[in-house]
Design a protein around this ligand. Sequence first.
Ligand SMILES: *Cc1c(COP(=O)(O)O)cnc(C)c1O
Ligand SMILES: [Zn+2]
Length: 501
Amino acid sequence: MMPDYFPEDIKPYIIPEAKGELYYQCLGCAAQYPVDKLLYVCPSCGEVLLIHDRKALSLKKIPGPVWQKIFDFRRMLKIPALKGIYRYHEFIGSCIPLESIVYLGEGHTPVVEANARLKEKVGLSFFYKNDGQNPSASFKDRGMASALSSIKYLIDQKRISNVIAVCASTGDTSASAALYASYLGPLIKSAVLLPHKKVTSQQLSQPLGSGARVFEIPGVFDDCMKIVESLSSRYSVVLLNSKNAWRILGQESYSYEIAQDFDWKMKDKVIVVPIGNAGNISAVMSGFIKFFEYGIIDALPKIIGVQSEHADPVYRYYLEPDEAKRNFIPVHTKPSVAQAAMIGNPVSMPRVIQISKKYDELAGCRQVFFIRVTEQSIMDWQLQANHNGHIACTQGGECLAGLAEAFLQKIVTADETAILDATAHAIKFSEFQDLYFRSEIPDDYKIKSNPDFINLPTLVLPDDPDMIPSQQKRLNEKDFKRFVQEISDKIAEKLKLDISE
Ligand SMILES: *Cc1c(COP(=O)(O)O)cnc(C)c1O
Ligand SMILES: [Zn+2]
């Protein structure tokens, strides 16, 4: 719809202006820093940062229901900069002018309801939000659109130039970083660090295809992260890991979209996310807090963070019920099919601790829960979901395993509705599915292939080896007819087909 056609009360707000005054705030010492400098940790105490807006209070002059209307009408705009996460500009990067926004088609991913069969297996109604349908096929594009827009803004303002962007990754961050950086080439060049043999071949091919420099490092993600931290503290590089607070800000869009897709009604909703570096769960909680504080949603939904038993530091931290006695201890990870979340020392742990506390306080009761699941259940629930029309990755399977477990533990009940994060597309992690189907998952994963799920292709050949057609050797017309008949009969036999009348 053209801006002129919008109702009079909405018109003044429909195109956002870059009026925000954003600043970084340290989670350790609360020091504040301007966002026109590149900053990832507090220069005085070394803690991670979050971004806030000095003008945020003035947004409260607009009542919640009016915000709802603004966002619903913005849906009809055709302006590319406002087609993605910046539909929620005032809450997501309000200092960035529309000209600096980078939009590659991220956000507004489909929310797909589970069919009756799958709901019955789990015990309650739920939806998958398919963040694998983002441009690089994972949710990381939300944060990357935000981080790269902030960098483009600094470049446009001539505050920085010749940017080399770096990140460490369990696979998806680097795919996303390389994609967005390539769009802004040659203003930005990107380099990504991956743990050698700890990302899937699809994830390795993505940054290579985008033209990034790719470095493979021995060890696991936590080791790569240390190298990136060393690089960023000693050399002039832009850090694109979720240490970068802009990433968190952009990922808040996930919550805003859920709120909008469910008509702002978050009462009796349960949001399930996998936890790796804990950036995503921090962003998801922070997003709901903002919309709740501005009266845009009616309640704070329940949050369930899920971890594998092979990478469970956040779960372990919250096992201690007494807040004063909790003590964060990083873990050494074991091999996990939820490889994108296989992190023993999450960078955003301080964010989780602060934000989840605030979340529970605002909700007036415990609303944030942490669940641990087995590797076996991750694979089995992923396959179960995908046998019922979904495109969940292993981390999406982890969410469903977590929901089933939360139902058993009575943390959720049958009268609630869950929204699960399918954080990446299934095809990015198909290597684990292939290993499962061939019963070749290495022992240290502790996964046995369930015969009910195993699915392997059947090669159908004619009995006579001379009757096999190929590109090099075509059969004559008569032989080819016989070939077609023989093969179709064999398929019909395997499928137990009836002859048509
Ligand atoms: C990064 C990632 C995660 C973990 O998210 P964090 O923000 O690191 O907790 C989960 N699933 C997929 C597919 C990812 O790429
Ligand atoms: Zn500090």
